[in-house]
Design a protein around this ligand. Structure first.
Ligand SMILES: *[C@@H]1O[C@H](CO)[C@@H](O)[C@H](O)[C@H]1NC(C)=O
Ligand SMILES: *[C@@H]1O[C@H](CO)[C@@H](O)[C@H](O)[C@H]1NC(C)=O
Ligand SMILES: *[C@@H]1O[C@H](CO)[C@@H](O)[C@H](O)[C@H]1NC(C)=O
Ligand SMILES: *[C@@H]1O[C@H](CO)[C@@H](O)[C@H](O)[C@H]1NC(C)=O
Ligand SMILES: *[C@@H]1O[C@H](CO)[C@@H](O)[C@H](O)[C@H]1NC(C)=O
Ligand SMILES: *[C@@H]1O[C@H](CO)[C@@H](O)[C@H](O)[C@H]1NC(C)=O
Ligand SMILES: *[C@@H]1O[C@H](CO)[C@@H](O)[C@H](O)[C@H]1NC(C)=O
Length: 531
């Protein structure tokens, strides 16, 4: 059931400093109420030439998922926290009844997506407002403020009941007003998802501090960050730069209780140079007990996996960062921290997207790959979770399953080239059933023979947050205010600079889609079809 947690375990998982903040894209007057099945109404050329009208429609419909009751708890027990996602009826596209369709569980990673969106909304980001409050964009900051207030209450309440997690979140069960660890995360805590959560909160604190009346809430969230940081090393740090992927603990005992003992589960370490790095940064900057030698070692243990490799195209070779699978999911860290401020990283990451887009074009694949839920079967069950989806030739793990593509695979492409990212999104949405009353659909088979009738934070809000430029801008400002931005740049430059020197393929164009998902007889959802 919790296959996505497995990513955390097996992953062992804009814009330069002086330009305008990335969320200030020129905004056309959006269509107030675009039709549900809007994608076929655009041509590829239209989207490439000016992706903004299409993007406005995407944001409007993804907003239907973010509403309480679909993506987060409403009922009579509102707590502001996310659900993983919801199954939808294979004919109509409407949500199945809660009891059969809703994934009541969720995790810190999905919380990070929600909080990034709320942080963007607090800065009056037009894209976040289009998602949260399309009929009255001016209300978006207040909606975001209220949700952040409610979320913090729920987090603090959880911390009081289960102090052993040290304020962090395990996979949780969101069935009732109060959350609980899911059955399989009792007394266990993952680092990767919490790394994603803490930097989203960090961005939200920065956004809240910019509005005088929101500063008291900023201070409370900052206290949450500080409290968690105070024992983050005690929970996860093993010494010699080693960080546990999953810690085992006694959830009833506070971190400083003499009976509390934190140990690493198995031998899995969080040593990946992908999204797991967000937790490394948290320890690096904020764990008070780490010595300078520990801090250096945090990066040394990660070096074996930070590698350069080459993707070969008819236009020539492209130097890229070797992927674990080269799943788009691995690039999550660019949503949260200002990696694009570092020139060599920006250039390598743009090359990654040259490879991602050209690989699919050359092989006539109608979309791109990221770890995602498989299709649903005739009885409305998700068949499984496909972790191993990316580009085998430039990955550590070449054994992959490449029968399913997903719209959110475009989120890192959007950072490299917004038009090209939007074009691939458009292309995947041409597939039957790939739009539903809550926006984009989870995933589809490349042969057009099935889709996943499911909607989730991972497969939707990664793209939404990327369309708003991520929260790297907010994180940059706060790092600067704390005098840490220079150190961030130096360490990133040092680590990437020792691996990447002469890049090949920077003059190769990003590739546009050439193949479409074939029509294999599926019918669009009755509540989301072209008129
Ligand atoms: C899906 O909706 C159709 C039409 O309303 C209905 O007949 C069918 O029972 C629903 N399926 C499920 C699994 O709820
Ligand atoms: C999810 O929680 C709701 C209560 O919020 C409950 O009615 C429903 O049965 C639960 N769904 C599942 C699949 O457990
Ligand atoms: C969530 O809580 C309900 C009620 O206690 C329980 O039946 C269900 O198995 C729990 N779900 C998970 C995923 O832990
Ligand atoms: C979490 O709970 C502990 C008590 O177990 C408390 O000391 C601490 O202040 C709480 N954290 C926050 C941020 O309130
Ligand atoms: C956690 O600590 C409490 C209080 O000391 C104890 O009753 C309980 O058995 C412990 N749980 C585990 C899993 O060790
Ligand atoms: C995904 O579904 C296909 C059938 O469409 C099946 O062959 C494959 O084994 C499934 N893979 C996983 C990981 O669920
Ligand atoms: C995006 O890529 C297209 C196709 O390679 C190119 O024409 C365009 O100039 C690029 N835009 C930017 C902003 O790099």
């Amino acid at each position: 059931m919790f296959k996505r947690a497995a990513i955390a375990i097996f992953l062992i998982t804009l814009v330069s400093a002086n330009k305008r903040p990335p969320w200030h894209h020129p905004q056309p007057d959006p269509t107030p109420n675009p039709p549900c099945r809007f994608a076929p109404g655009y041509s590829l050329e239209q989207v490439v030439q000016n992706p903004e009208p299409f993007i406005q429609d995407v944001l409007y419909w993804e907003g239907k998922f973010v509403q309480p009751g679909i993506g987060s708890l409403q009922d009579n027990a509102a707590n502001g926290l996310t659900y993983d996602g919801t199954l939808i009826n294979q004919t109509t596209g409407l949500t199945l009844p809660y009891a059969s369709g809703r994934h009541n569980f969720s995790a810190a990673s999905k919380e990070s997506l929600h909080i990034m969106l709320l942080a963007q909304a607090l800065t009056s980001s037009p894209s976040a407002a289009r998602v949260l409050s399309p009929s009255d964009p001016a209300k978006a900051p207040e909606i975001a403020f209220k949700l952040l207030e409610q979320k913090l209450d729920t987090y603090l309440d959880f911390n009081r009941t289960y102090p052993g997690f040290g304020g962090f979140l395990p996979w949780y069960n969101n069935t009732f007003t109060k959350i609980e660890p899911t059955n399989d995360w009792v007394n266990r805590l993952p680092a990767l998802d919490n790394g994603e959560l803490v930097w989203a909160v960090y961005a939200a604190v920065q956004a809240l501090s910019q509005v005088p009346s929101y500063r008291p809430l900023a201070a409370k969230w900052q206290a949450w960050l500080d409290y968690n940081a105070a024992h983050s090393a005690k929970i996860f740090y093993q010494g010699q730069g080693k960080v546990c992927a999953v810690a085992t603990l006694n959830q009833s005992l506070p971190p400083n209780d003499p009976g509390q003992k934190y140990t690493c589960e198995g031998s899995m370490l969080l040593n990946d140079p992908y999204e797991g790095e967000l937790f490394t940064w948290y320890l690096y900057f904020f764990a008070p007990s780490l010595s300078p030698a520990d801090k250096t070692a945090l990066w040394t243990v990660k070096r074996p996996m930070l590698q350069s490799t080459t993707y070969t195209t008819p236009q020539g070779p492209i130097t890229v960062q070797k992927g674990y699978w080269f799943s788009a999911h691995e690039q999550w860290k660019i949503l949260e921290m200002p990696y694009y401020d570092v020139d060599i990283v920006r250039r390598v990451f743009n090359n990654n997207e040259r490879a991602r887009t050209c690989n699919s074009q050359i092989k006539h694949i109608p979309g791109m790959y990221a770890s995602v839920n498989n299709i649903t079967d005739a009885s409305n069950q998700i068949i499984g979770y496909i972790s191993a989806a990316g580009i085998p030739s430039i990955a550590f793990i070449p054994k992959q399953e490449l029968d399913v593509i997903t719209p959110y695979s475009v989120f890192p492409t959007l950072f490299a080239n917004r038009s090209v990212g939007a074009a691939w999104l458009w292309n995947m949405l041409q597939g039957k059933k790939m739009q539903n009353p809550y926006g984009t659909t989870e995933s589809e088979r490349v042969d057009g023979r099935g889709v996943s009738s499911f909607v989730s934070w991972d497969s939707k809000i990664t793209t939404v947050v990327a369309l708003g430029g991520g929260v790297g801008g907010l994180v940059r400002e706060k790092l600067k205010g704390e005098g840490r931005h220079g150190e961030f740049l130096r360490v990133v430059e040092r680590e990437y600079g020792r691996v990447f020197k002469d890049l090949k393929g920077e003059d190769i164009d990003f590739c546009l889609p050439k193949a479409r998902v074939p029509d294999a007889g599926l019918k669009d959802y009755t509540n989301c079809k072209a008129k």
